[in-house]
Structure formats: structure tokens, C-alpha cells
Design a protein around this ligand. Sequence first.
Ligand code: AMP
Length: 429
Amino acid sequence: MSFSQLGLSSELLQAITDQGYETPTPIQRQAIPEVLDGRDVLAGAQTGTGKTASFTLPLLQLLTNKPTVQKPRPVRALILVPTRELAAQVYESVQLYGKHLPLVAEVIFGGVSPNPQIKSLHRGADIIVATPGRLLDLANQRHVNLSRVEYFVLDEADRMLDMGFIVDIRKIIAMLPKKRQNLMFSATFADEIKTLAAQILHNPAQIEVAQRNTTADNISQLIYPLKQEYKRECLSYLIGSNNWKQVLVFVRTKHGADRLCKQLMLDGIRCAALHGNKSQNARTVALENFKSGKISCLVATDIAARGLDIEQLPHVINFDLPAVPEDYVHRIGRTGRAGCEGVAISLVCPDEAKLLFAIEKLLKKEIPRVADTGYETVILKASDAAPAKKVDPRPRRHQNHTKERAKTTTNHPTPRKSGTPTAARRRSR
Ligand code: AMP
């Protein structure tokens, strides 16, 4: 099936061609006709599936079909997203796909001065992409009127709830007209999401593109079982010796991200940290530098990295395993996008064994272990693991774990043989 068969206008088809897209992705094939038909949609799709275009393209078409003459333009489409980064990305997509159309879009998020956003809102916009907190502030201060919204998109609804936005979302929905078209996207469908969907959506078309909690086939996943104290060295070695140019590293805490980033820089790796305590400007610069190749490594927390879309990101490394198994799927979904090959490596210490087994249970498969990590061999056994909530990403220098080989092994280039001096490696980079 081609884009032209989906009923999109020539301006949109031109923008799609400009982007270099040849065929619609499964979510686009299924969602676009439903949205154009005026139906509510409930879609189970993760980032990386092309979901942004699946709602942006038909919305742009619907808005263009019903042009407004009112000045300033009333807000007719509202796209709510959980994070600033995702807001910026979705806004960018709206502009890219809508570049041949006479529509105006604005993006609203916190962490930056509200004044330019207020000015733009007063000039009028057909589409607003927003995070809930700032939008609610501006709506309460009457800088934006949501009473003319005809199309409402709730993107990454599961993450919205994880981040505690439910009250804000309900307040925003209360400001919208009752009659409107609703689209809801979520990677997971816990009961809370189902309840929210039942409240917001009317007879929705239900679309599920990839089975929930599955990882793409084109992502090679590997586990490096090793003691916590060797993780940083192993990470530096993997990046340096393989000359990896674009590596997204996940850690669980903001503090952990900062500390690891400093350590990697001492190892000669150009990197930056991305987390919620960084200013919006620092986050934008870090992301731009990562995308443009100025830095080769971005150390991020889950929330900051959620929804990041970096074309053809080849390597994702879990420095710590996530506390929530579903986050593993989201993390490694940053690589292997749009059909490209990706590698996802998790450095797992014995304390994290329980988390690993929870992830494997979710995926319904065992992730291959690297037999020879180049460091002291450890075995990952559920019985040895500390309870999940006590896992501490800091070095644990005084542990005494069994030295055995992991049961599933794979051949993979070993990062280093124990005893290779770190300084020698640093010099060689
Ligand atoms: P998303 O799931 O919306 O975050 O999109 C993931 C990536 O896929 C983005 O980089 C899009 O530019 C890209 N993309 C979206 N639709 C297509 C398509 N039909 N063909 C190729 N790439 C696409």
C-alpha cells in the first residue's frame, strides 16, 4: 500500500516524499483512514512505529478541509504529550508534514519562559502541541482558549499517567467541547489506561501494531553479567574500542546520570547527561549535539529519554536496568527504528538479577548472556538478587558473588581482558 492510497492530499503527499518515506508503516496504514473518517482511535503503538505521522497527517488534512476565517485563529487541534522533548519532536513533525499547508502550529511546554509562548498564543494557532502542566497554567491565565478544540490527541497516555499527569489531563479535558474527535496512543494498557480510554473515547477504532511488550526483531539484545564496580570501565571500553559514535546510555537516577557522564568524560568520551533537573536549554543543546555527532554518548534517565527520536540510533546501553520491566522495552525501542539494525546491551550486576528476570518474563524470552565479558564472571540468579526496590546503582565494592558462567552464552567481542590498564586504553583513543 502506498501513501497515495490512504486518501491524503497532494500537499501532504509532497511533504511525505520530501521526508523520503516510501510506504506507510502499519500504524499509519491503519490509523490514517480511521482518523480521516472522523472516528475516535485507541492505538497501541510505541515510539519508533511512525505513530506521530499516523495522527499528524490526517489531522492536518481534516483541519485544511475546514479552513477557518476567524482571526486570531482558534485552537482546533490539541496534542498532549508527556515530556518537553516529545513536545518539541511532535511539533517538528507537525511543521514538516504541514509545510505546504496554510496552518499555524505552536508548542507549549514548561522549563522555559512562558512569554514567547503567550505571545504566539495571542497571535492564534490551529494546532497546539503541549505538555499538560504549562498548558493548564496558560489556560487558567486565559492566554489560551480550548473551547473550540475539535481534535484531541493524547499521546503516550501510559507515560502521562506514570508521570502523575492524570489530574491535569482531566482538568484540560473539562475545558474542551464535549463534541470532538479523540485519538489516544499508549504503549501499554494497564487498567488505569483502559478506564481513561473508556471515559474519553467514543466507539473507538482499536489498533494494535506490535504486540504489547515485544521488542523489535531487528534489535540484537545482549546481557553483560558483571559486578557493579566494573560497569563504568566496561562501558567506556565498549564505546572506545568499538569506536561507537552514537550511544544512548540509560541510568536510573539523575544523580547517577551526572556522575557517569563525568566519569566517561574523564575516559575521553564526549558525552552529556539528559535528565529532568537540567534546564530546558541544556537538554536541547545536549540533544542537538548528540544528533549532530558533536558528542558520542548521551547519558539519560527514563523520563528524559522517553519519546526521543534519533534517526538510526545504533546503540542503546542500559547501565542500570530499569525498575519497571516495561521501561526496558521503551528504552531499547530507541534503537532499531524504522527498520534499521540496532544493538541493545544491558550491563547487569547480580543485584539486578531479579529485575532482569522480570524483564525476561515480560518479553517471554531469555536475553543472551555474553559468556566472556572480559571481567570477573558472575552468574545472575534470582535467589541472589536483592529486592528490586533496594537496588542501588552506586558501585558495590564489597560484594562477594559466586564466580560461575552464565547459563546462556553468546559469542561477542570481549571488551577487555582483566588486567588491561585503563590508562593505556585511554591513550589509545
Ligand atoms: P515515531 O514512531 O512517530 O516516533 O516515528 C519514528 C521514526 O520513523 C521517525 O524518525 C519518523 O520520521 C520515521 N517515519 C515515520 N513514518 C515513516 C515512514 N512511513 N517511512 C519511514 N520512516 C518513517
